[in-house]
Write a protein that binds this ligand. Structure first.
Ligand code: BGC
Length: 823
């Protein structure tokens, strides 16, 4: 691993799945796993191509019960290229010897490369150098280049170039009992001698996908005349290109592939447009140049330099690369949300959860336009959220925990526990906090971007409907004189209900209730901030009444937040009402028995026990409040509610839950690192490194190959800017409150504040913000000392509390290992 490159030496079948996910290539419109071009899906390889919104529903009959699932469909494989030497079988990992094998991803140029020297059964040595990219310049283009050099032989070669629509969804072992066939063939066809095309259709959602591939062979700059032979069936097409090669003289194969779907704008029909595009594409080199120029522009705003720690610098870049291959400028005019596992694996079926809460902060400070379009995914599904609320007996809009094509609830009703092999009921749809996250995200987006048009036209309506939902799910408890919410789950999925209770959900999840108090206040603030005409329009459109406004006013001061006392008799916020009556878990015994206990839920259930019984959490729940709100904000929320607030209370809560959290979701490390940044920088940095290493090191033992964890990757980017450099925008002003760590000394990060580019850097215990933009551009900056406006070319430097020494890396690595799950 160097500055910009993720490198793997040697072919390791058991690591191939992980490498494929980590080296996927995408452009915010479609993404393809880094599987080798000749690989077919099996136990080692899993070629997969996915696009935003490419969902399909299928029903599986399980024990006589129909189970419906919506999946992000694995689309026809456009990668296939095979090589036959001297009329023999196509070369594959099983029939040649690798003399050299290198697989690398250059993140800067967003290109996947392999260098393979192989010897076949006849002793022929061939050097194969490949490059692949999915264009950031032309969203419809994916390209592969093969450079073949026969080292000690001359003779006939055949290259098979195919488009394969026979693929299914079988990338996640846990889902293999469920229907994985999502595509129906439509037709193959050719466009002149060089281009093959394939049209497929998703079976239920009827999305048409057209792919066309133009394959050429070059020697130097000239196109080599080749013989072409065609084979096609309804869901597969290939061309065999035959030609002669000479010892020591390389030839180049270029497979230029276009990808269109019936969701695209400005097309007549996907395959027709795909064929036309494939004919028009320039060479690999020409299109690659345009692609790297497009990435250069993105890196202008997304790169970081961390001279003190090359690995942090590289992993930051790798994570930014992954965020951008899912959420890019190409995402802005399509109907795309933020799939939790990106677009390079099938885990969680490509569904959209609340993870966007961790993704937007990075985008808001660089490409607010992208956040805006992703928020529109939610706006387009507002009616569905209204329907969901209504069906559940509530008012307003209740967004689903898992969302896909139409915004219906896609959470499965049963979930396979791989530890026991049993299908357990899944109650996680009760995580109503997803609606609070959407409200929160809209408000934060508006605060950072100042996009009034979005707020007026779309955001305000969603916020009102969400606030209305919370007001209707909450009820007044006269005995307490407070509002309560029952039957919900917090982000901690280990607690779905009370032990031995038949009723789903919990009473008064603190995270939810505190957010609801904030929502009840913020919705009024938002309405007050709207210009009169807009306010009237929002009120009229949503039929908002004075009594609803009064209710929100009351909820701001009367939401119930449960507290209990620690063994020392000091108060902490209870994760939910009754938490204190749960049993203590013998953490040491479980650690000793199982080593890794991140997924305590599966362990306990496999033992016939029930995680609901214990004081434990999968991930930060109560602690999360101190991550998403500043101390000032949380103080004001709790004080408005009439609860006592103190810094000691915060410290106690963090410590209390830290001891009772297994971090079964790596999102948890982000939240804990974030809250500890200002309290215990050393421990914070340790968690930061765990989160940073989690996908590349696959710390959850086999989950990354099923798709990277986008929220965690983006969270590590946000932590640098907001957590350690302490740069946050509120109301258009850049607030600086650095909490530096030594590893970040010398770090320099670009950000965009309301359209003006700034650089925030840390050096020798000083933080500098410099305006690096055109003359006339300014930024308002606030520090402890006060506020001032910086002009383009100006900078401001402030002292920091002193960089804390970070934990030695070995310690962090040990922690990652301790937390890591068994494969
Ligand atoms: C976490 C959720 C998250 C989901 C998708 C789960 O393991 O508990 O909070 O939304 O993964 O990333």
């Amino acid at each position: 691993m160097k500055g910009w490159t993720l490198e793997y030496e040697g072919f390791e079948p058991e690591d191939e799945g992980l490498r494929e996910a980590l080296t996927s290539t995408g452009n915010g419109y479609f993404c393809t796993r880094g599987a080798f071009a000749w690989a077919e899906a099996g136990s080692v390889h899993y070629p997969g191509t996915y696009m935003h919104g490419g969902y399909n529903r299928e029903t599986t009959i399980m024990d006589g019960v129909p189970v419906l699932n919506e999946d992000l469909v694995n689309l026809p494989n456009w990668l296939l290229l095979e090589l036959r030497i001297g009329g023999r079988n196509a070369i594959g990992t099983e029939n040649v010897e690798f003399l050299e094998y290198k697989h690398e991803l250059d993140v800067k140029e967003a290109v996947l490369k392999r260098r393979i020297r192989l010897r076949d059964a006849e002793g022929r040595i061939t050097l194969l150098e490949t490059r692949r990219f999915v264009s950031m310049a032309n969203r419809h283009l994916g390209a592969i280049e093969w450079r073949i050099t026969p080292e000690n032989w001359s003779g006939e070669v055949q290259v098979i170039s195919a488009l394969d629509g026979r693929v299914t969804n079988r990338g996640v072992a846990r889902y293999r009992d469920l229907e994985g066939r999502h595509l129906d063939p439509v037709s193959p066809r050719t466009f002149g001698p060089e281009i093959i095309g394939l049209l497929a259709r998703t079976r239920q959602s009827r999305i048409y996908v057209g792919e066309a591939a133009r394959t050429r062979v070059y020697r130097g700059r000239s196109i080599l005349p080749v013989e072409r032979e065609l084979f096609q069936i309804s869901d597969y097409i290939h061309q065999v290109l035959s030609f002669e090669v000479e010892e020591g003289t390389p030839v180049r194969i270029e497979k230029m592939v276009s990808f269109f779907t019936s969701h695209d704008h400005a097309i007549t029909e996907p395959l027709t447009n795909a064929g036309q595009a494939a004919r028009r594409f320039g060479t690999f080199a020409e299109t690659f140049e345009a692609h790297t120029r497009a990435w250069d522009e993105l890196w202008e705003l997304c790169d970081i330099s961390v001279p003190n720690d090359e690995r942090v610098e590289f992993l930051y870049r790798l994570h930014a690369y992954h965020v951008l291959q899912v959420c890019s400028p190409h995402t802005t005019d399509i109907d795309a949300g933020v799939p939790a596992r990106g677009l390079n694996g099938e885990a969680y079926r490509g569904h959209i959860f609340w993870d966007e809460m961790y993704v937007y902060p990075f985008l808001n400070y660089r490409f607010p336009r992208i956040t805006r379009s992703l928020l529109m995914y939610r706006y387009r599904r507002l009616d569905e959220a209204r329907a969901l609320a209504k069906e559940a007996g509530y008012r307003g809009a209740m967004y689903p925990w898992q969302s896909g094509s139409s915004g219906e609830e896609e959470t499965q009703v049963v979930h396979l526990n791989p530890n026991s092999g049993t299908w357990d009921p899944d109650h996680s749809h009760n995580q109503r906090h997803v609606s609070a996250a959407i409200f929160y995200n809209i408000w934060r987006y508006w605060e950072v971007s100042g996009d009034e048009e979005f707020l007026h036209e779309y955001g305000a309506e969603m916020m009102v409907e969400i606030a209305r939902f919370w007001a209707s799910i909450a009820h007044y408890n006269p005995a307490r004189g407070r509002y309560e919410i029952h039957g919900v789950m917090g982000p901690d999925e280990f607690h779905e209900k009370y032990p031995d209770s038949d009723e789903e959900g919990l009473r008064n999840n603190a995270y939810t209730n505190v957010l609801v108090a904030w929502i009840s206040k913020t919705v009024r603030e938002m309405l007050d901030a709207l210009p009169e005409r807009r306010r009237r329009s929002v009120i009229a459109r949503s039929g908002l009444t004075e009594s609803e406004m009064d209710l929100w006013r009351e909820m701001t001061t009367k939401m119930f937040v449960p507290f209990h006392e620690t063994e020392e008799g000091e108060p902490v916020i209870s994760q939910f009402e009754g938490y204190e009556s749960l049993e203590d878990l013998d953490w040491d015994a479980y650690r000793k028995k199982y080593g890794n206990i991140q997924r305590l839920d599966r362990i306990l259930k496999a033992e016939g026990d029930d995680p609901d019984r214990y004081k434990l959490a999968k991930q930060a729940d109560t602690v999360l409040l101190f991550f998403i709100f500043s101390e000032k904000e949380i103080r004001s929320i709790l004080e408005d509610l009439g609860y006592e607030y103190s810094h000691e209370l915060v410290l106690r809560i963090i410590e209390y839950y830290d001891e009772r959290t297994s971090h079964g979701s790596t999102l948890s490390f982000i939240a804990h690192a974030g809250v500890l940044a200002g309290i215990d920088p050393e421990s914070s940095w340790k968690r930061y490194l765990v989160a940073l290493e989690s996908d590349v090191g696959d710390v959850q033992g086999g989950t990354t190959k099923e798709g990277i964890h986008l929220g965690v990757m983006a969270g590590t980017l946000d932590l640098i800017q907001r957590g350690y450099l302490g740069a946050t925008v509120r109301g258009g002003t850049l607030y600086l409150d650095p909490r530096p760590v030594k590893a970040l000394d010398g770090a320099c990060l670009p950000m965009v504040v309301r359209g003006t580019r700034v650089e925030v850097s840390l050096k020798d215990e000083e933080l500098t913000v410099a305006v690096k933009d055109d003359p006339g551009k300014t930024v308002r900056v606030a520090t402890e000392e006060g506020e001032r406006t910086l002009q383009a070319g100006e900078s401001l430097t402030l002292g920091t509390p002193g960089a804390a020494a970070e934990a030695p890396r070995e310690e962090a690595e040990t922690q990652a290992e301790e937390e890591s799950a068994p494969a």
